[in-house]
Design a protein around this ligand. Structure first.
Ligand SMILES: [Zn+2]
Length: 159
C-alpha cells in the first residue's frame, strides 16, 4: 500500500525535509560533504558497503525531476557526471550505477553506486546493502581523495 495522502504530503514538505536540514553540513549522520556547487551538494555516504558510494543532492527542495527547468536539469546532471568522474578517478570502479528514487525521501537526489571487480554484475543493486562503516581515518582519507578528484574534474562551477 502506497503512502496515504497525509503521509506523502508530510514527506514532501520542505519544512520537514531531512535533506534540506542536513545536506549542506560538512558532516551528518549519513554522509560527509565533498563539494557544493550552484546546484547541488555532493556527499560521500557513511555506508561504504559499495566503496565510493556518493550522493548528489539538489540544493533546492524539489520533489521530482519533472519540476526542473532544462537549465536546472542540465546543471544537476552535470554535477552527477562530475561526481562519477571523481569516483572513477579514486576508485577505478568497473561501472557506476546512477539511481534516482525518492519514494522515501522525496527531495531530488541521485545515488552513485560504484560496481567493482569483486561485485557480481547480475546482483540487483540495493542502497541498503551493508551498512559497512570505515574506520574514521579511512573515511577521512576517502573523503579527501574524492575532494581532490572533484576539484580536478568536470565542468560545473564551484561555489
Ligand atoms: Zn528537502
Amino acid at each position: 500500500m502506497w503512502w496515504s495522502e497525509d503521509e506523502w504530503a508530510a514527506l514532501a514538505a520542505a519544512e520537514q525535509c531531512g535533506m534540506c536540514a542536513d545536506a549542506h553540513l560538512p558532516a551528518n549522520d549519513h554522509s560527509a560533504l565533498i563539494a557544493t556547487t550552484e546546484t547541488s551538494h555532493v556527499r560521500l555516504a557513511r555506508n561504504q558497503h559499495h566503496a565510493g558510494y556518493c550522493l548528489v543532492i539538489l540544493r533546492e527542495h524539489v520533489v521530482d525531476m519533472s519540476e526542473l527547468s532544462p537549465a536546472q536539469l542540465s546543471a544537476f546532471w552535470a554535477d552527477v557526471q562530475r561526481a562519477g568522474r571523481a569516483i572513477d578517478e579514486v576508485l577505478r570502479s568497473k561501472r557506476i550505477d546512477y539511481l534516482v528514487m525518492g519514494h522515501r525521501m522525496p527531495h531530488l537526489h541521485c545515488h552513485l553506486l560504484p560496481q567493482h571487480a569483486t561485485d557480481d554484475p547480475l546482483r540487483t543493486v540495493n542502497i541498503a546493502d551493508g551498512p559497512t562503516y570505515l574506520a574514521p581515518d579511512a573515511f577521512d582519507t576517502a573523503l579527501a581523495a574524492l575532494q581532490r578528484a572533484w576539484a580536478s574534474s568536470g565542468f560545473s562551477t564551484e561555489r
